[in-house]
Write a protein that binds this ligand. Sequence first.
Ligand code: ADP
Ligand code: TRP
Length: 339
Amino acid sequence: MVTAESKVSLTGIKPTGEPHLGNYIGAIKPALELADGAESIYFIADYHALTSVRDPHLLARWTRSVAATWLAAGLDPERTTFYRQSDVPEIFELHWLLSCFAAKGLMNRAHAYKAARDRNREAGVEDLDKGVNMGLYNYPVLMSADILTMGTDLVPVGKDQLQHVEYAADIAGAFNALYGDSFKLKLPKAVVPKEDSGRTLPGTDGRKMSKSYGNTIPLFAPEAELRKLVRRIPTDSTPVEEPKDPAASHVFQILQHFASSEETAAVRARLEAGGMGWGDLKNTLFTTLDDHLRPMRERYDALMAPGSELDELLALGASKARRRARPVLQQARKAIGIG
Ligand code: ADP
Ligand code: TRP
């Protein structure tokens, strides 16, 4: 139940590709489960994606696809606030304001920026800032604006984003130290899942499923593609009749996230006993995935169709978000003397 004392939790999702099974199990499902008990805000960070996605058709497509995915996966737009970052101009105005309080040294130490410089150093490039745009450099300030405009208490993020949330608190602290007598920005806290939560899915080459490895199984791949991709997951050459170790099988690792605990136990027993071949296991995975995902896929396809209610839902979300953001921005403007 959301009450007046409820904490506000906010999550941003960068539209950098079609969501895959790993994103669903590792990020989408747990975030939606968290929606109970806190006032939840979710948004598509499309302007953040612009630092890397430079194809207008892809940016538009992935933004829609990610939004449709979250809705199809069960995000309730009535109970939560769900919008596109680019639809909320208050965020960008606060971004400038915050950039005037963000220490440049802090940005110099940001992981993504440092990694870009390291890559240049390793490649022997003389100018370590080569290929670094100001969007990448300012990325943590925009993220701070996302968080602080909405009066966020909690930010559920992966470990890689922890530094950014700490930056947001740091920048808010710098603002509050100067203007805190008239207005205080709320200090956010990151909520990071425990290491090795057992939710990391392997991809079609056995490495961690990731867009950057090109080994993903898209969450809403059409049936035929889903079947083909499942077949591609590597297995060893243990003969059908021999016992197999389920824990060492990538196919089984994926299966257990989608099958019921009874089904998982039954398949585990069959593998351990011998007599179940990898082909059989892959068919079981395909059927389980297809049964599990079909209703969501239908909703996803409907939302992705031109003229669907997706645009309406996002417009509604944007007006809710702006209603929230406006007073924060107004008070911050007043505090600095631009009222
Ligand atoms: P990708 O590696 O495909 O680019 P992102 O870095 O955009 O994925 O991750 C988005 C979210 O999905 C993060 O919270 C991340 O932890 C989660 N995630 C990504 N890949 C996996 C995976 N293979 N298993 C579990 N969770 C994953
Ligand atoms: N930087 C986050 C990522 O790469 C996405 C993001 C943008 C975000 N703004 C945010 C996450 C605000 C949490 C809060 O995944």
